[in-house]
Design a protein around this ligand. Sequence first.
Ligand code: NI
Length: 167
Amino acid sequence: MSILKIYQYPEAVLREETRKVESFDDELGKLVEDMADTMYAAPGIGLAAPQVGRSLKVVVLDTSRDADRKYFAMINPEIIAHEGSQFDEEGCLSVPELIAQVKRHRRVTVTFQDLAGAPRELCAQDRFAVVLQHELDHLDGVLFLDHLSPLKRSLYKKKVRKWQEEE
Ligand code: NI
């Protein structure tokens, strides 16, 4: 079990383009396990590889509220269809001390590969669809912050600059 460092805005790795996973090997399995450990320790309900400094198309999620770990991993996920819209509150382990309403699709269909490389597809709606869109955004170097109004974004940037000066 390893808990990885979570990178925070404005670190550059959060903005980098991610590579597709090509080999479904032990190394990938280890990364996914470590990401899950890191997500539970935070605690969070989703974590994308760039958040632990790895520019790879890997996401782990657990939106269940059970005490036992029921996470699953999505490798090379892609939204292939969407419908409707919704507003919901979001936060992010990489964007500390900010909770804000974000507009998202209400329903999404996502294709991905599992840990063995087998192709999968899932449809999600409401809160689960929000979490998926948030995590998949990370794989494109997008943070939920980018969906906010310029005013809200610049207020947050100012706050971060102040923290950095205080350090
Ligand atoms: Ni996030």
